[in-house]
Design a protein around this ligand. Structure first.
Ligand code: 0L1
Ligand code: MG
Length: 259
């Protein structure tokens, strides 16, 4: 089979829509490079928009060592968030729409100002933030057993699934985000913990990285957008009946049930 970016976008959205995991694209298309992978990601975004979804932000992936080590990939990436990915507070993980969901704690920014790379630093990035929240991302790779290379996961919109943000939003300058801690509980048992420093040394570094990566492609982070800065810890599976709780030091607690 000769792969094209349109064909790859079709294959990934079909896997998502039919809840059928698949082999990584690079098994058959080893030449898939990062720029082409981002073009596939943008094509899948365009198709989501064509079917009525709205873009509401961006997410980073693989910004912490815990995530990079688990996935065997040492570089961060960016992807898109649409309104279809937003999980209302209290709603269970929609198991009937996802393949093999896993949950991970994230520090989340809501933007006040436009942010466009290149040359964005952590300080300028933070100055463009309106509020910071705790969040949980429910990732769901289209690849069997979450096995992928960096171009594969870029093309797959960084395993986007669902996400929820906590009700507490504070101005970023009121917190030392590198020291903001989270505790992950699964079924009432502590499973993992981290501080914001796990995310590129400081979550604002991740935000700057996203602005600069988008800037490289002539894009920007817009006012009002949500930015997920990347899993602080490894992700935990959320099978039906499982409850995941994430407790932040200052950003409150979030709860998720596995459908
Ligand atoms: O499936 C994955 O773990 C890749 C996406 C990473 C998401 C994250 O690090 O927040
Ligand atoms: Mg994530």
């Amino acid at each position: 089979m000769i792969w094209t970016l349109e064909g790859a976008a079709t294959a990934l959205l079909e896997a998502e829509d039919t809840r059928t995991d698949r082999d990584p694209l690079t098994d058959e298309w080893p030449e898939l490079d990062l720029d082409t992978a981002y073009a596939v990601q943008d094509e899948t975004l365009q198709r989501r928009l064509n079917r009525g979804e709205h873009i509401i932000g961006v997410k980073l992936g693989l910004t912490s060592r815990a995530k990079q080590e688990r996935m065997g990939i040492s570089a961060p990436l960016t992807a898109w968030l649409t309104d279809a990915m937003l999980l209302p507070a209290g709603a269970p993980v929609p198991q009937d729409r996802l393949i093999h969901p896993r949950a991970e704690p994230e520090i989340v920014f809501v933007m006040k100002d436009r942010l466009a790379g290149p040359g964005v630093t952590a300080a300028t990035a933070l100055a463009a933030v309106g509020s910071v929240h705790g969040g949980i991302e429910v990732i769901d790779s289209r690849y069997r057993d979450f096995r992928f290379t960096l171009p594969d996961v870029v093309a797959d919109n960084a395993s986007s699934g669902r996400f929820l943000t906590g009700p507490i939003g504070v101005p970023p300058e009121t917190l030392d985000l590198a020291m903001e801690a989270c505790l992950v509980e699964v079924g009432g048992q502590v499973a993992d913990s981290a501080t914001g420093a796990a995310v590129q040394g400081h979550p604002a570094e991740a935000l700057a990285l996203a602005a600069n990566e988008l800037g490289r492609r002539g894009l920007a982070i817009e006012p009002g957008w949500i930015v997920l800065t990347g899993g602080m810890t490894d992700a935990v599976p959320v099978p039906p009946g499982t409850t995941v709780a994430v407790h932040f030091t200052h950003l409150g607690s979030l709860h998720l049930t596995g459908g």
